[in-house]
Design a protein around this ligand. Sequence first.
Ligand code: JDH
Length: 266
Amino acid sequence: MLVDIVTVFPEYFDVVNLSLMGKARAKGLLDIRVRNLRDWTHDVHHSVDDTPVGGGAGMVMKPEVWGACLDDLLAEGPSPVLVMPNPSAPLFTQRQATELSHVERLVFGCGRYEGYDARIPEYYRGQGVDVREYSIGDYVLNGGEVAVTAMLEAIVRLLPGFMGNPESIVEESYTGRDALLEHRQYTKPALWRGMAVPDVLLGGDHARVDRFRRDEALRRTSEIRPDLIAALDCTHLDKADRRVLEDLGWDVSGAHPTRVSPEKDR
Ligand code: JDH
């Protein structure tokens, strides 16, 4: 996979040389090129931003500099997917990570200030480029760099041959048949500071262990992420699953689980 990252803080991406991403690069699975957006400026101040048209606080990234940069990058290699983090875009999820792990080339554009001129993604879409704007979560960052780092790590760990993953490890939480939070995990010792590991996990009965973990996953997901329960396909639930969910106040007779009664009534 070939990755270009455009940023006004290229040093920020020294992090991609470390740890697992560094290993993927060393293995030849990944080639990351970090570009300084200011290299495409022509004025003495190397400015990349200007005041917002229509007024308002802060500055907005100018389209001309981005245009010059992206034209050059697009002319270079295979046609990429262009990813631009944006706090007001749809959420980046495991689905997007999986999808993007299959592309040959990615170009990430990191905005700063109050964001970038809206015509940048619009222009490249008009040129036939697959442009994706995503947010990594409902909190405010100062720019796209942290978002690109998170997206890239989520994508790169899915590459075949990365982390010793055989063909795909795509069957993980948030994708696949059941998108549940995981059960809690324990290691030795069985008793630590007076706190015991659940007995069933020490018993060696694999069927009981599996059921215990599945029940816990359902209970914890219902409590912490009821949205994930509501998105489950009921046809994928076994008898024991249905019982657990019904005990937790879900109706599992439809296509997807629904709350039997509002939370406040239970
Ligand atoms: C890219 C610049 C800084 C900060 C205005 C927007 C209230 C606009 N999950 C994520 N959070 N933040 C980003 C992100 C932030 C960025 C850029 C991504 C480029 N910035 C910036 C504040 C605003 N703000 C949210 N509204 C609810 C007003 C830009 C991100 C991602 N991905």
